[in-house]
Design a protein around this ligand. Structure first.
Ligand SMILES: Nc1ncnc2c1ncn2[C@@H]1O[C@H](COP(=O)(O)OP(=O)(O)OP(=O)(O)O)[C@@H](O)[C@H]1O
Length: 268
């Protein structure tokens, strides 16, 4: 289980994360929302051990993270991160080699590598462009290759930083399906995003960060109903929650659910 306990982090003399305790094991998919500069990326870099908190700790199964080279290597097999910009994580020109890169580094058996690459390509729907050179892929396709490169590690936790940034509506929808598929395989996903509608739709639990502090936490439907709290954090309500709060529409998780709920009385 991935968690933090009273974690504080500062860059030089500016404290950007204040006394944060998260339990990322509580929900299959956890969302972190907050305005620009509230500390989301810094938090992710603490969670994967790139940065080390000056106070408090990142916990794995209740134990503080071990920052030795071997400790971090072990941690990154349990917690993998996909950054916002896929270019940061793509090293090869062909997809299969790129996805297999970390497994080769770990000395995993070739047959096992082939099995895992096959499985992750299927999971992220990359089959149709698998044989294209990576430099010819679209941004959304590169994002899926970067996710496959993380999933191939079969880590328990996947941290996704802005998974829908730069995606068109169908790419965004595909990303929603990929996240659901990953969660259905029993993995935990932590998503940081400005896409409040995405967080509302795919997350089972959310944390609202404001100025590096946890301002609210809980189930998305409950947290996002608090319009004034969201405004204070520099956020807006997801459109489905707004329809519920302002116009009394049924509170639905997805557009399809809402349309079905609105059609039902007429069909009866
Ligand atoms: N390397 C750094 N050195 C000093 N300050 C930094 C550094 N990186 C980030 N900061 C500061 O830390 C604070 C949190 O930044 P961070 O990038 O974690 O926020 P964020 O929530 O991810 O923002 P965004 O939504 O814009 O991506 C900001 O005030 C930022 O200016």
């Amino acid at each position: 289980m991935l968690a933090t306990l009273n974690l504080s982090f500062r860059y030089q003399d500016e404290t950007v994360l204040h006394d944060l305790s998260f339990d990322f094991g509580a929900f299959p998919v956890t969302g972190i929302v907050g305005a620009n500069g509230c500390g989301k990326s810094t938090l992710f870099m603490n969670l994967n051990g790139v940065l080390r908190p000056q106070q408090g700790a990142v916990l794995w199964q209740g134990k503080a993270l071990n920052y030795s080279k071997a400790g971090l290597m072990e941690h990154r097999q349990r917690v993998t991160t996909v950054f916002q910009d896929p270019e940061q994580q793509i090293f090869y020109t062909d997809i299969d080699s790129d996805i297999a890169f970390s497994l080769h580094n770990l000395g995993v058996d070739e047959r096992e590598i082939a099995r895992r690459v096959e499985q992750t390509i299927e999971l992220v729907d990359a089959g149709s462009f698998r044989h294209k050179p990576i430099q010819y892929l679209s941004h959304g396709q590169k994002k899926r290759v970067a996710i496959a490169g993380a999933l191939v590690m079969e880590a328990d936790y996947l941290l996704l930083d802005e998974p829908t940034a730069g995606l068109d509506p169908s790419g965004r929808q595909q990303m929603i399906e990929i996240i659901a598929r990953i969660a259905a395989r029993g993995k935990h996903v932590v998503i940081s995003s400005h896409d409040i509608d995405l967080i509302y739709e795919v997350c089972d639990g959310v944390y609202v960060l404001n100025g590096g502090k946890i301002m609210a936490q809980g189930k998305p439907g409950e947290v996002f109903r608090q319009a004034s709290l969201l405004r204070e954090a520099g956020l807006v309500q997801p459109w489905l929650v707004k329809l519920h709060s302002e116009l009394g529409f049924p509170l639905c998780k997805t557009e399809t659910q809402l349309f079905n709920a609105l059609r039902e009385p007429k069909e009866a």
